[in-house]
Design a binder for this molecule. Structure first.
Ligand SMILES: CC(C)(COP(=O)(O)OP(=O)(O)OC[C@H]1O[C@@H](n2cnc3c(N)ncnc32)[C@H](O)[C@@H]1OP(=O)(O)O)[C@@H](O)C(=O)NCCC(=O)NCCS
Length: 254
């Protein structure tokens, strides 16, 4: 986890780079909200509660969550509690920061209701308004990263780069996808497997379905620098020392 600061820097820089993003929210909302990413770590939880154990999580849920979120939390197995909470803190922080200065009063955490649809995709209700912004969430080890956009549905994925077995490659990628990577030297190819995998996850999240256990239905057909055309949708990937971050904006309706 010592390489996480580089990822954190990238995520902070992403908000800066997107400061000018323009959006049209509901008439009751401000017109300019930056797209941004927020990372939540055990320290994030600890900084809000002086601890990061399960007891602290229950306490924080009472402080930060709506009653329906608290209900969702109570239905989870205990080993999912901290991950769930980190994810909700990341989403709520992204929405709070995004709206800061654009509406009359700062949003508190309980003004933002994060709920999941029947497919598991996260959505937010801000001050009672559904889908005022779009969000996507990814967890890896003890990190959770949220991506918020006021423009359109988004998908985010983060994975560490690691050796992949032949069985995984066969299950995950089509022969044409593997051929796309053939010209890349083996040491760098490992990271590219992860880019392609993250692209599949990000696109499937932006469409609200997830992979549905069929990773080969989400096919990369073109690579342009660090961008991948996956399932006819461009995905941007960023390699940091700790892994690959991939994000996309939904462009199709299916
Ligand atoms: C459900 C799925 C989106 C999970 O993605 P993942 O990369 O495994 O996990 P991540 O941590 O990146 O993302 C988890 C988050 O995705 C979001 N998510 C779940 N289902 C979603 C959906 N249908 N649409 C959009 N987002 C979804 C949720 O916010 C979830 O976090 P939460 O449970 O705290 O709310 C999906 O792509 C999946 O099934 N992955 C399993 C891997 C797989 O299929 N392997 C095949 C073997 S090769």
């Amino acid at each position: 986890m010592k390489q996480v600061p580089e990822l954190q820097d990238f995520i902070a820089g992403f908000a800066q780079a997107n400061r000018q993003a323009v959006c049209g929210l509901s008439a009751r909302r401000a017109s300019r909200v930056s797209d941004l990413m927020v990372m939540s770590t055990p320290d994030t939880v600890a900084s809000r509660s002086e601890a990061s154990d399960i007891g602290a999580a229950c306490h924080l849920v009472k402080q930060l969550c709506t009653s329906s979120e608290a209900n969702e939390f109570s239905m989870l197995p205990a080993n999912r509690h901290l991950r769930w909470l980190r994810g909700r803190i990341a989403i709520k922080t992204a929405v709070q920061v995004g709206f800061r200065g654009h509406i009359a009063r700062p949003l508190s955490a309980v003004d933002i209701d994060v709920y999941r649809d029947e497919h598991g995709a996260p959505h937010v209700r801000v001050d009672g308004v559904s889908q005022a912004v779009f969000v996507s969430l990814t967890h890896k080890d003890n990190l959770s990263i949220a991506f918020m956009s006021a423009q359109r549905a988004v998908g985010l994925d983060y994975e560490t780069v690691k050796p992949r077995s032949a069985a995984f490659l066969k299950l995950a990628f089509t022969p044409a996808e593997l051929q796309l990577l053939e010209h890349i030297a083996p040491p760098e190819r490992l990271a590219w497997y992860t880019r392609l995998w993250c692209a599949k996850e990000a696109v499937s999240k932006s469409l609200g379905t997830g992979l549905k256990g069929r990773p080969k239905s989400w096919v990369t057909t073109q690579i342009d620098g660090e961008r991948l055309l996956c399932h006819n949708q461009w995905v941007t990937t960023q390699q940091t020392a700790s892994g690959i971050l991939a994000w996309t904006y939904r462009t199709s309706v299916s």
